[in-house]
Design a protein around this ligand. Structure first.
Ligand SMILES: C[S@@+](CC[C@H](N)C(=O)[O-])C[C@H]1O[C@@H](n2cnc3c(N)ncnc32)[C@H](O)[C@@H]1O
Length: 175
């Protein structure tokens, strides 16, 4: 992802500085007036304690008056008929790529959904097969607001799309 970012920026003549860090351990040399997640990546943090650590790190990187934008969503279960269905694509080097959902477990009490995905790559008679769990963790609006408050952040606005499961929080330092 970062290689693509560098390549596209170079093509457009844009000078970018990219860092590769876990958001729950974010430690950068400056503060920012705007911090945003480009999509609901926050839902990849697998539990509330890691989410709280990430919110603390976001809080610590906000400059005075700065705002953080955190989009969130509630995932839908994978429909039963899609389990085991293989989707294919061709990589730039001609390799055949396949992806399928092997299984899925959902816990409404932990607010997590774990989908086991199988990734396959075939080229010149060689194959690579990797099974990886994809964990999504979600929040109700008050649950997320109380985690944010515990990290010293308040929601200055929350955008909800009627009929959709996504929420966008604009957070600022409390007090
Ligand atoms: C769906 S992709 C985001 C794509 C990106 N926003 C874009 O527009 O191209 C999610 C990314 O989050 C990264 N990720 C997962 N857990 C993370 C964590 N704890 N801290 C930082 N990044 C994480 C994954 O490695 C993956 O690259």
């Amino acid at each position: 992802m970062l290689q693509r970012c560098r390549r596209r920026a170079r093509k457009q003549g844009v000078d970018v500085v990219v860092y590769h860090q876990r958001m729950e351990a974010l430690d950068l040399p400056r503060r920012y007036r705007a911090i945003f997640l480009a999509g609901p990546t926050f839902n990849l943090l697998p539990d509330d304690s890691i989410a709280l650590a990430a919110l603390h790190r976001i809080r610590n990187h906000l400059a005075g008056g700065g705002t953080a934008l955190v989009p969130l969503f509630v995932p839908s279960p994978t429909p039963a008929e899609q389990i085991g269905r293989v989707r294919t694509a061709t990589a730039d080097d001609g390799a055949e790529l396949r992806v399928s959902v092997l299984s899925e477990e959902r816990s409404d009490s932990a607010r997590t959904q774990t989908t086991v995905l199988r990734y396959e790559r075939y080229r010149d008679g060689e194959s690579t097969i990797v099974d990886r769990p994809w964990v999504l963790h979600w929040y109700t609006r008050p649950e997320f607001e109380s985690l944010a408050a515990a990290a010293g952040l308040i929601a200055v606005s929350v955008l909800e799309t009627p009929g959709a499961s996504d929420l966008q929080f604009h957070l600022q330092a409390a007090g």
